[in-house]
Write a protein that binds this ligand. Structure first.
Ligand SMILES: Nc1ncnc2c1ncn2[C@@H]1O[C@H](COP(=O)(O)OP(=O)(O)O)[C@@H](O)[C@H]1O
Ligand SMILES: [Mg+2]
Length: 372
């Protein structure tokens, strides 16, 4: 029997109390706080369930069982553990002493299919006009960062944006744990791994990034930027890997640039701050800000382009789309409806589009790319 089969069977046995939630595609997350306290997330809402493990021993056995397959140590030195179920779902385990009241397990279900860009427009996450602008921006090889909070839909939007990468380009995807599902034919997918129980075999995002540059990518897509790889990414983006993209945890576009700068500094680089900022400014062309709203709603709240750094050493951002009241719409209660709206600003691409990208400019976005 292949190892994955054994794993699947043992997990099915030990995780029996929560198996129905693992199989239920409408459930996105299963959270076990203790043996008799299980919550699930469905449609963006958290619900308490009546599922329970028979006792603490059964729960511990289930957790140990998951972990044994991942080659991780089960001791106080590694109380926080990431693992993967056979179906691709991500498991995070927090154990004592870090988790003060016992072992906590969260299972983020592997999204079977990612939302595509048309769906996101239909859901109202972004407008048709913003979609068209982003299509031109990606095709014309601007470097795009998707910023947002936890679970704001960054990865989903990144995945959808990747569909704008023209066919035939060689794309290298780098992730901590495989989530993205690019539709293109020519995709190389790299996944980081943590060290085994003896501290061996760790491959970081930064390692993958450096190796990816030797894989001759046309574009690099990086699932989430969160460490020392930021500097490598910035330098790659400014030296011939235009059209790269990634996500980053940030509350607004300026915050995104500041965080990127801070992360780049983590790689102990001998670069004056002024020079680093200037590199960040020229590396990142567009920041798309996502945010999570009431219930399961996720919205693009802002799209800004990054201009060359100012004389004062500050980042300069030009907002192209902002949330604004739509005068033609209101809710049943008569409240105004917020909608992503073009500010009237022009894109830096105006007047610089290649003929093949000009073909993508429809009347709805003509104003953004006009020269006069
Ligand atoms: N635009 C959207 N509208 C509704 N739900 C969404 C949207 N984008 C993502 N989701 C859902 O929200 C959850 C988190 O999405 P994800 O893209 O992983 O967020 P992040 O990368 O910011 O953590 C997933 O369950 C996903 O299916
Ligand atoms: Mg994500």
């Amino acid at each position: 029997m292949p190892a994955s089969e054994i794993f699947a069977r043992t997990v099915a046995h030990y995780l029996a109390p929560i198996k129905r939630y693992l199989d239920d595609t409408s459930v996105t997350e299963v959270m076990v706080n203790k043996a008799d306290e299980v919550y699930i997330e469905r449609d963006g809402k958290i619900e308490k369930t009546d599922a329970r493990f028979t006792d603490d021993e059964a729960y511990d056995a289930a957790v140990n069982n998951i972990l044994q397959f991942t080659g991780k140590t089960l001791n106080e030195l590694t109380p926080l553990i990431d693992a993967r179920l056979p179906d691709g779902s991500r498991v995070h385990v927090a154990r004592p002493p870090c988790s003060r009241f016992g072992t906590v397990v969260t299972i983020r279900k592997f999204a079977k299919s990612m939302l595509d860009i048309d769906w996101l427009v239909e859901l109202g996450t972004l407008t048709e006009q913003a979609r068209q602008y982003l299509h031109v921006a990606v095709a014309a090889e601007l470097n795009v960062l998707v910023a947002g909070g936890t679970s704001s839909g960054k990865t989903s939007l990144l995945n959808a944006l990747s569909s704008f990468i023209p066919k035939g380009e060689r794309i290298v995807v780098i992730e901590d744990s495989a989530e993205l599902q690019l539709q293109q034919e020519h995709v190389i997918s790299l996944e980081a791994r943590s060290a085994d129980r003896y501290g061996r075999g760790q491959v970081t995002i930064r390692d993958l990034f450096r190796s990816s540059l030797r894989l001759r990518p046309d574009r690099i897509v990086i699932g989430e930027v969160r460490g020392g790889e930021a500097l490598d990414m910035i330098q790659a983006m400014t030296s011939g890997h235009g059209g790269s993209m990634g996500t980053l945890h940030a509350n607004n576009p300026r915050d995104a640039l500041n965080r990127l700068e801070t992360m780049a500094l983590m790689s102990k680089v001998d670069l004056p701050l002024h020079a680093l900022r200037s590199q960040v400014s020229s590396a990142i062309d567009v920041v798309v800000q996502m945010s999570r709203h009431i219930g399961s709603r996720r919205l693009v709240t802002q799209i800004s382009e990054v201009e060359p750094m100012g004389e004062d050493g500050r980042y300069r951002l030009k907002d192209l789309f902002l949330l604004d009241h739509d005068p033609t719409k209101s809710t049943e209660a008569g409240d105004k409806v917020l909608q992503l709206t073009w500010t009237g600003e022009r894109s830096t691409l105006a007047g610089r589009l290649r003929p093949r990208d000009e073909k993508l400019v429809t009347p709805a976005v003509e104003g953004l790319f006009k020269t006069t």
